[in-house]
Design a protein around this ligand. Structure first.
Ligand code: ATP
Ligand code: MN
Length: 418
């Protein structure tokens, strides 16, 4: 039986938003702006254009002046909310604009703002809104994502930066051609804080190199992993210093805000802002799924399919590294060596079955010594380990042989079921 197409119309008054979710597998929902003006997380909608949202999407369509919207397809939830923090978010944007204008006049770097907060409070969404508003003013801000747990602009386990010059496609999120990416290889910064901080330092150093004046005065917006009390303070402070952050926006939690005020450098502005009542929490399963989809799309494409390559490389033709040697209790360490010295040690490994299905980061580095300071060229997955013939089979977006033969092992795994 063919299900009838389900169409709903919504009339929104000014400063309201329509929130909807597409939950069920395989469902698609089409959004169309019929009249008025509306935006999705800061991106202006084009009238009469159909925006397709697939399962997993949780969307808010906000209007400053009122609009009529149409949804086609099955939504799990769809309701209009009158209370939103959008005017506060818009004020943040206005303040950044003032700083950009000033920076432009004085030929100085634009504002650097960092967004922090606990899990599921809309940190990433606020970044999108601020970036889209900036793009609408013809700015070219740098977006830095320090969240290794999620995949937004680069592979999970990595941190990266992009320049944003156009509004994001509301149904697709970040358009990422070539982010500047640094390896970390683990899914939580706390798994190796010393290494994480090194990666943050390097990303800060390199993402600052503005390629033109517009990039320079447009400033930087930094997304961070969810704040965990007692664990995140050191990381946040390190990132604040590395990126020379001017202001931190703390989403939702007064407790975190107070914590930050206690530890922050005096010159740093900290602003507590409310979260939206529309933000939807993600389960661990959904988080895993998002990661899985990102990796799959890296190789096989999304809306536009890609055709990855599979080829063999000889063990002797590649150098595989891993960051961090097993931690020894300090009593076992040689005199004068600290435990940290081990956690950021670059170890050359011999392939074995233990790296099967693992993601390997392909680095531009020409030697082990330059691994930390060098960004990544791309990623491959180990789909077979032949111990007898001493060969690896790799899944790669590019045909073989590998352009760069220094690879770094990631904790991340991907089962290629194609
Ligand atoms: P994490 O801690 O995982 O990094 P986060 O704090 O970055 O989460 P987001 O990813 O920005 O939170 O938001 C969580 C989800 O809520 C997203 O799917 C987002 O699309 C949705 N969302 C955000 N704001 C709204 C809103 N106003 N109405 C409906 N959905 C929303
Ligand atoms: Mn996030």
């Amino acid at each position: 039986m063919v299900e009838e197409e389900h169409t709903q119309e919504f009339i929104l008054e000014k400063e309201c938003e329509l929130r909807f979710e597409v939950e069920s597998k395989g469902q698609k929902v089409e959004l169309e702006l019929k009249s008025g003006l509306a935006e999705v997380f800061g991106t202006e909608l084009v009238k009469q254009k159909k925006y397709k949202f697939s399962n997993g999407s949780k969307v808010a369509v906000f209007t400053w002046h009122g609009c009529t919207l149409q949804l086609t397809g099955r939504t799990e939830v769809a309701y209009i909310a009158k209370e939103t923090p959008m005017s506060i978010y818009s004020n943040c944007h206005q303040a950044l604009e003032e700083l950009r204008k000033k920076a432009d006049e004085d030929d100085l770097p634009g504002p650097v703002v960092m967004i922090v907060g606990p899990r599921d409070v809309g940190k990433t969404t606020l970044c999108k809104i601020l970036l889209n508003y900036a793009a609408r003013m013809h700015r070219r801000p740098t977006y830095v994502d320090l969240d290794v747990t999620r995949a937004q602009i680069c592979m999970p386990g990595c941190i990266g930066a992009i320049r944003v010059e156009r509004q994001l496609n509301p149904a697709e999120g970040f358009h990422v051609q070539s982010p500047l990416t640094y390896h970390f290889g683990k899914l939580s910064p706390n798994d190796n804080i010393d290494h994480y901080n090194i990666a943050v330092t390097e990303l800060a150093k390199h993402s600052k190199l503005a390629d033109n004046k517009k990039t320079k005065f447009s400033g930087t917006i930094i997304n961070t992993p969810a704040w965990v009390k007692g664990e995140s303070e050191k990381l946040i402070l390190h990132a604040i210093k590395s990126f020379k952050v001017d202001a931190v926006l703390v989403l939702d939690q007064e407790r975190l805000y107070n914590e930050l005020v206690k530890i922050k450098p005096e010159s740093l502005k900290a602003i507590l802002i409310p979260k939206s009542g529309g933000v939807v929490a993600k389960s661990q399963l959904q988080r895993d799924e998002i990661r899985e989809i990102f990796i799959k799309e890296y190789f096989y494409g999304g809306r536009i399919p890609l055709y990855p390559h599979s080829f063999e490389v000889k063990w002797s033709d590649v150098n595989i590294f891993k960051i961090g040697a097993p931690l020894l209790p300090s009593s076992c360490m040689p005199v004068g060596m600290k435990v940290e010295d081990n956690s950021t040690k670059i170890v050359n490994i011999t392939p074995s079955l233990s790296i099967l299905h693992h993601v390997l980061c392909v680095t531009f580095a020409q030697s082990a010594e330059t691994i930390f300071e060098t960004n990544l060229a791309g990623f491959v997955v180990v789909t077979n380990v032949d111990v007898d013939r001493q060969c690896l089979t790799l899944l790669s977006p590019q045909p073989g042989p590998l352009m760069h033969n220094h690879l770094i092992l990631s904790d991340l795994q991907f089962m290629d079921t194609h």
